[in-house]
Design a protein around this ligand. Structure first.
Ligand SMILES: [Zn+2]
Ligand SMILES: [Zn+2]
Length: 369
């Protein structure tokens, strides 16, 4: 068994007011029963991190907004186990792991169904309300730091063939996998349209193709991203800025429309477009949100028996199944990783991600060489 020096304190970025991050020293947390201490080796920046740092939501700290609460954001990470809490024999010190964001309370109706990302005790992890729920970088401290404690239920092994940077994308692939689960999971031989070529959309293409969906169609307004989507398995791409998406989908797969739509753009018109891309009786999964309430053509949904789902994160151990596809080299997730910065340069990394500088898609913060 290898052993690691565990320092008393660590460097951690904390959120002050909106858009104010400061690098401070925090005590290194210690693992409790069924928990391990993880040395964070790499963490990817997600659009939701940018949302939390600027708007506060959907983070929920001590029942409210996360500002000025010594809160450390960051949630898409991987690392090395350096200490085992009491009773842990499922993992060993030195194991490389990726971390699911959500550890549900394990005691509510949703957690018991495997839907721990919709835990009914979301955010109930403080004071007399502590039910044990954790969501890294949302309701508890996240990964823009050096160490974190995690429940063993959230850990996924990372084979040596996957780099630290690519391993941070396992949880994103898990979100795409969960979206396909919610759509019914029977995607082999079925047509799948993915709208929006951000990280979840691109990995939605990759996972859908790996599971046999056919054809897989990707829409976006940036040609460079559509080109990456083709390398990840899209059979057809549509630039929505250059041609009407609904007509283009019908031209490719016929007027009846697609079996499934995985909506990953969050565009204002995305829902109305998705329900017209999908066939009668078809299914649409929303995995991105618009920044304001939008009106939806419910008449079209009802008249055509369309199923509309929303997902939060990565439930039902989808991350483990996505990791299995990556371990089998079924797609090259490294195409999505574009930039790397050290922890000390987090603000620069956030700027690259926010402004999409130099074609940034996934910006990774790396702690270890
Ligand atoms: Zn994320
Ligand atoms: Zn729960």
């Amino acid at each position: 068994m290898s052993s690691f020096d565990i320092p008393e304190t660590m460097q951690a970025w904390v959120l002050g007011n909106a858009d104010e991050l400061t690098l401070v020293e925090k005590p290194v947390p210690r693992p409790g029963s069924a928990e391990v201490l993880v040395r964070i080796d790499a963490v990817a920046i997600c659009a939701t991190d940018l949302e939390i740092i600027s708007e506060g939501t959907p983070a929920l700290i001590e029942g409210g907004l996360p500002f000025n609460k010594n809160f450390t954001p960051g949630h898409e990470y991987m690392g090395t186990i350096i200490e085992l809490g009491p009773t842990v024999d499922e993992y060993a010190v030195g194991d490389r792991i990726a971390v699911e964001i959500h550890a549900g309370c394990g005691r509510c109706e949703r957690c018991r169904m495997g839907m721990y990302t919709s835990c009914l005790n979301y955010g109930a992890n403080y004071g007399e309300y502590d039910k044990g729920h954790r969501a890294n970088g949302y309701t508890t401290d996240g990964a823009f730091t050096q160490y974190a404690v995690n429940h063993i239920n959230t850990l996924v092994r990372v084979p040596d063939s996957i780099s630290d940077e690519v391993a941070t994308l396992i949880v994103t692939a898990g979100t795409a996998m969960y979206g396909l689960d919610v759509l019914g999971g029977l995607v082999a031989g079925q047509s799948l349209v993915v709208t929006g070529a951000g990280p979840i959309g691109l990995l939605g293409v990759a996972v859908g193709k790996a599971l046999g969906a056919n054809p897989v169609i990707l829409t976006d307004i940036v040609d460079e991203r559509l080109a990456i989507g083709q390398k990840l398995g899209a059979d057809h791409t549509i630039n929505a800025a250059q041609e009407p998406v609904i007509e283009a989908v019908h031209r490719i797969i016929g007027d009846r429309g697609a079996n499934f739509v995985l909506e990953c753009s969050g565009a204002t018109n995305a829902v109305n477009e998705a329900i017209k891309i999908v066939s009668r009786g078809g299914r649409v999964c929303l995995s991105a949100f618009a920044h304001e309430p939008v009106s939806v053509d419910t008449k079209h949904i009802v008249a055509n028996n369309i199923y509309l789902y929303g997902i939060r994160g990565e439930g039902r151990s989808a991350v483990r199944r996505a990791a299995a596809l990556m371990a089998q080299d079924r797609f090259d997730a490294s195409l999505i990783h574009t930039h790397t910065f050290p922890l000390s340069e987090l603000p620069t990394g956030l700027r690259y991600a926010r402004e999409k500088i130099d074609g940034a898609i996934k910006v990774v913060i790396k702690n270890q060489e």
